[in-house]
Design a protein around this ligand. Sequence first.
Ligand SMILES: [Mn+2]
Length: 438
Amino acid sequence: MPDMGRFSPEIPHEELKQRRSACQDRMDPGSVLMIYTAPRRIMSNDVHYRFRQDSDFYYLTGLPVEEGVLVLGPEKACVYVKPGTPEKETWEGPQPNLDETAEMSGIQDVRDLEGLNKDLESWINGISALYYGYGSDAGRDAEILGLSQKLLIRGRAGTSGPERVVHPARILHELRLVKSSWEIQRMQETAEITARAHREIIAAAKPGMGEFELEAILHNVFRKSDAIEAYPSIVAGGGRACILHYIKNDETLQKGDLVLMDAAAARGYIHSDVTRTFPVDEKFTEPQKELYSIVLRSQQKAIASSVAGATMDSVHDDAVSVLVDGLIELGLIKESKDECLEKKSFRRFYMHRTGHWIGYDVHDVGSYYIQGKPRPFEPGMVCTVEPGLYIPGDDDIPEAYRNTGIRIEDDIVITEGAPLNLTSGVPVEIEQIEELKC
Ligand SMILES: [Mn+2]
């Protein structure tokens, strides 16, 4: 008997059905949507990276399979997969067969991928629109567009190509932007794994440890919970915290350093994204406290502003306003607040945006602007709030503040009322952080 339990649904059928029908409701009559699985990527020579499913394919099918295509019409759903062969199963273990694929996805019409080429013509002949993610695979684009053109020029035989080719992002990514309560529950669970890792690391960090040793704790906590890192972790001691994408994590932590750790778990392709900045020693120094408090106030203000009707831009402006007040107070900015905002000279110390969508991708899909205007937040959207300050080592900066990087990042759900902080399990107040280190 095969072990059927290995192919139980990863996403509840109800959830998947709801997603597919929301997508179908938004499709043009007489149209077809095609979503492909992710390609396998080579790490080196004949060794592949771990497989990472395409987020859109996973969102609509819940299938982890490596080769497949979802075909959706306004009233039908069909998925093509490559059932395992004894040879493949010898190397890679059991692969879901067609019945098991139906069982996992809740899609009844499951076909062998071998038949796709033969069927493709009938799927796209004469349709109003083909929703197809062009631009990511040149070979596939040529095949799909070539076939569409062939159908068009064979008009005398009664065929015609799709009237329009539309990127599925137009409907699918808008759907993905608003999370269901099931997704928010999963995001909360992932956030808690992340919180556990951060707490353990803040408590463990000591002068003389390697950044990589802290990273090792992350992996340990994540893997114990069947999670993986959501993105390459940043564990940056001292001035390296000012390198925004520092991922080498190969230096030793010195007494007096702050550590900026931007690291989080993902499980079942559900992501979290958290940054904390904490001292290697038991306590923050006074200058570190001054800078940290500015970022913390900015983040608290930005979280409070993350309500329905606000926008990424308005939240960013609120965060910047608090940062600029603090920088002026410390004498790091010498012009007036208006002048600083006008000339954006705060960018010397804060050069990135304050947030992004998060979900099945860590930088999740969904548009930020609608017809050029910032998009108002709606309940169910989830975004990060992550202001920071990065003080360079330049001569005109008071020595105590030089080469200090601080960022604080949490994952926030927009609700009907107050913002919900999914990652509040990671300490953020100075006293809480210092307490963890005792
Ligand atoms: Mn982020």
